[in-house]
Design a protein around this ligand. Structure first.
Ligand code: NAD
Length: 371
């Protein structure tokens, strides 16, 4: 019996529709070889949704996302919708709104160095040997969601002890939030090299001491087969550029993860190659890490590979199609090893005849998978 996976496509704005078309094409080829079939529902998000409905996240989009087995989002936003008016809708409201509505508490970002692209990194190639890590960032708690306030006039708050303003944000975590994100990390490690770095600031922060306690409790109870290493966040920031290959899975709270995942993403040297998955208790959402690249939209030159790597994650994590995911990953690697490049990942050594646009890159991946 053929399994049908229902995907909600959110092409969004800018290059979004162009890279989404490549994802659909590649999923067609994956269907042919795996016997699975994919059903697509396309919905509006971001600027395109504002133009059509006045809202960045229309009700129908939310309903389509909830009804699907997975959501594949390209990118939203662009100068057309830039506004500082608090009363006007903004494309980002669509993105934040859908993450919130789907309860996506775990953000997973793989950072893998493709041999063929080693020279694109700002680190020397010898430091990149063996880099293949997964950052698991807590997405709905911590400093970005805790109590916050700004007080206009507080005695002694200004420099010199006079009255001045005061502001604070609170890093707030509950046991269940820590346990569920740690579980995601340990489970991911079991499918990889079996090692988790739990990153905190337990020498200073009370929330980090709770973090460490809960992570260790879960580890001892259910995941003692996984190696667990505690690391202080300042050390992690340093280790990421000193010896990135030591990491398999890194799990951390929201703000630390925000900063460390951007640092780690630069190891690859290319925005066009980074995928992400956001997981909750229901439908998961997959998206490339880059934006809508309005500067190149409509020119047929966008790199579809981050989108295709997001498809790879979706196959693996939402549909349990490990073999198809491996085949897609291998096809991407093979096409790069053969020297094919979109403009953003080309360098001086790229042969002019191996420079390809969005559609041709998608075709090469499909051909490679058909073998
Ligand atoms: P961006 O990621 O869109 O572009 C940065 C640079 O990288 C540009 O030069 C662009 O051409 C290039 N680039 C990005 N993706 C590429 C790809 N796949 N292939 C080839 N080149 C690529 O970031 P930005 O310019 O800061 O933002 C543009 C718009 O995207 C803004 O409206 C921003 O709010 C939005 N944005 C959306 C998301 C999202 O949807 N998740 C994320 C970041 C930015």
């Amino acid at each position: 019996m053929t399994t049908t996976h229902h995907i909600c496509l959110l092409p969004g704005d800018g290059i979004g529709p162009e890279i989404t078309a490549e994802a659909v094409k590649v999923l067609g080829a994956i269907g042919e070889r795996s016997g699975a079939s994919f059903r697509f529902t396309e919905a509006l998000l971001g600027g395109a949704a504002i133009d059509a409905t006045g809202s960045a996240l229309p009700e129908e989009t939310l309903a389509a996302a909830h009804a699907a087995d997975a959501v594949l989002l390209a990118a939203i936003g662009g100068p057309k919708w830039d506004t500082t008016s608090p009363d006007k809708p903004r494309p980002e409201q669509g993105l934040l709104g859908i993450r919130k509505a789907l309860g996506l508490y775990a953000n997973l970002r793989p950072v893998k160095i493709f041999d063929a692209l080693k020279d694109a990194s700002s680190l020397k190639p010898e430091y990149l040997e063996g880099v293949d890590m997964l950052i698991v960032r807590e997405l709905t708690g911590g400093l970005y969601f805790g109590d916050r306030a700004r007080q206009r006039s507080v005695p002694g708050a200004a420099t010199g002890g006079g009255p001045g303003q005061r502001a604070y944000d609170t890093m707030d975590y509950r046991e269940f939030e820590i346990e569920r994100i740690a579980r995601v990390a340990f489970e991911a490690a079991r499918t990889r090299r079996g090692k988790v770095h739990s990153v905190d600031k337990a020498n200073v922060l009370e929330s980090s001491r709770l973090w460490r306690e809960i992570v260790h409790r879960l580890h001892a109870a259910e995941f003692s087969d996984v190696e667990l290493v505690d690391q202080l966040v300042d050390n992690s920031a340093m280790q990421l550029v000193r010896w990135p290959a030591q990491f398999d899975v890194m799990v951390t709270e929201n703000m630390f993860g925000d900063i460390l995942s951007d640092e780690a993403s630069m190891l690859t040297g290319s925005l066009g190659m980074l995928a992400s998955a956001s997981l909750g208790d229901g439908t998961a959402l997959y998206e490339p890490s880059h934006g809508s690249a309005p500067d190149i939209a409509g020119q047929g030159i966008a790199n579809p590979l981050a989108m295709l790597l997001s498809v790879e994650l979706m196959l693996r994590m939402s549909f349990g199609m490990a073999e198809a995911a491996d085949a897609l990953g291998a096809a991407i690697e093979g096409v790069l090893a053969d020297g094919w490049r979109t403009r953003d990942i080309a360098d001086a050594s790229t042969l002019p005849q191996k420079m390809v646009g969005t559609t041709a890159m998608g075709d090469l991946i499909v051909e490679r998978m058909r073998g």
